[in-house]
Design a protein around this ligand. Structure first.
Ligand code: DGL
Length: 288
C-alpha cells in the first residue's frame, strides 16, 4: 500500500493522476485538514506535522509515502529523508513532488544538475506556490542551478488554499472570490516577470497541489502563449517509473477497499473529494 499525504485535500489531485496511471495500486491518503493550511505555518511546525502524519501512514502499513504537498516537500522532506528515516524507519521510503517537477521543467534527470545542461529548459518560468514554498526558494534555486539564464519568478498566493478548502469550488459567490484571488496573483506575477524579461513567462508552474483545482482560472488569467505545468501527471509518471525500479514497493489490489481517505479533521466538514477528483472516490474517514 502506498501512502499519500497532503495538508488537506490538494493531494487528491495528485492521487487522481497516480490512480489513472496505476489503476491497480492500493493507496491510503491522509489529509491534515485540522491543521491546514501548512503554507501559513512555521517551518518547525510543518516539519513536526509532516513527520507525525507520515508516521501515521507507516503505522498503517505503508512502505512508501508520497508527500503530495509542495510545502511539506520544500520544508520537511530532506530532513526526514536524511535523519528521521534512517534512524526510525530504515526500510521505508519517502518521496516528494519537487524532484519530478524540476525534472519536468528542465528536461533533465535530478542528478544532472550542472549548469548549461538544460538545453530544453524554457527561457522563463513563473511559479505559483504557498508562502512557505516560495520562501524556501527551492524551485528557483534548482532550476537556475541547471539553467542559469532561465528567469524564475516565484509568486506566493496567500489565502488561495483556504478558499479552495473552504469549499469554494462549485459555489457561485465563492467562485467569484477564487477568480479574484487567482486574477490578482497572476497580474502580480506577470508584472514582475515583465520587469525582469520584458515579456510573459514561457511556462507557469502550479506549485501547490491545490491549484490544479482552479487551473482553468489560471488559464483564463494568463496569456495564451504561456504553457501551464500542473503536477498530477508529472508526479504520476515519476511514481510509475519509481515502482518500475522498485517493484517491491508496489501493492496491488482491485477490490473496493484498495483506496481509503483519512482526515485529521471533521469528515462532514471536509470538501467532497469528488470536487478534487471526479470518479468514484470514497468519503473521508476520521483518523482515529
Ligand atoms: N497543497 C499543499 C502544497 O502543495 C499545501 C497547501 C497548504 O496547506 O498551504 O503546497
Amino acid at each position: 500500500m502506498i501512502g499519500m499525504f497532503d495538508s488537506g485535500s490538494g493531494g487528491l489531485t495528485i492521487l487522481a493522476g497516480c490512480r489513472a496511471l496505476l489503476p491497480h495500486q492500493k493507496f491510503l491518503y491522509l489529509g491534515d485538514h485540522a491543521r491546514a493550511p501548512y503554507g501559513e505555518k512555521t517551518p518547525g511546525q510543518i516539519l513536526d506535522f509532516t513527520r507525525t502524519m507520515v508516521g501515521e501512514l507507516f503505522a498503517r502499513g505503508c512502505g512508501l509515502v508520497v508527500l503530495a504537498c509542495n510545502t511539506a516537500s520544500a520544508i520537511a522532506l530532506r530532513e526526514l529523508q536524511e535523519n528521521w528515516l534512517p534512524a526510525h524507519h530504515p526500510e521505508r521510503r519517502l518521496l516528494g513532488v519537487l524532484v519530478p517537477t524540476v525534472e519536468a521543467l528542465t528536461g533533465l534527470p535530478w542528478d544532472r544538475d550542472a549548469p548549461g545542461l538544460a538545453e530544453n529548459c524554457p527561457a522563463s518560468v513563473g511559479v505559483f506556490a504557498t508562502r512557505r514554498t516560495v520562501e524556501a526558494g527551492t524551485y528557483g534555486r534548482e532550476i537556475r542551478r541547471r539553467a542559469p539564464t532561465c528567469a524564475v519568478i516565484e509568486q506566493s498566493c496567500p489565502g488561495l488554499v483556504s478558499a479552495i478548502e473552504d469549499g469554494a469550488i462549485g459555489r457561485n459567490a465563492a467562485q467569484d472570490e477564487l477568480t479574484a484571488l487567482v486574477g490578482g496573483f497572476t497580474k502580480t506575477l506577470l508584472a514582475r516577470m515583465k520587469e525582469e524579461t520584458a515579456g510573459p513567462p514561457a511556462v507557469v508552474l502550479l506549485g501547490c497541489t491545490h491549484y490544479p483545482m482552479v487551473e482553468e482560472l489560471f488559464r483564463a488569467a494568463l496569456p495564451a502563449a504561456t504553457k501551464i505545468v500542473s503536477q498530477p501527471g508529472v508526479v504520476a509518471r515519476a511514481l510509475w517509473a519509481y515502482l518500475e525500479r522498485h517493484p517491491h514497493m508496489a501493492g496491488g489490489g482491485k477490490d473496493e477497499t484498495s483506496l481509503h481517505l483519512l482526515t485529521t479533521g471533521d469528515p462532514a466538514a471536509v470538501i467532497d473529494p469528488a470536487c478534487f477528483a471526479p470518479g468514484g472516490l470514497p468519503a473521508f474517514e476520521r483518523l482515529d
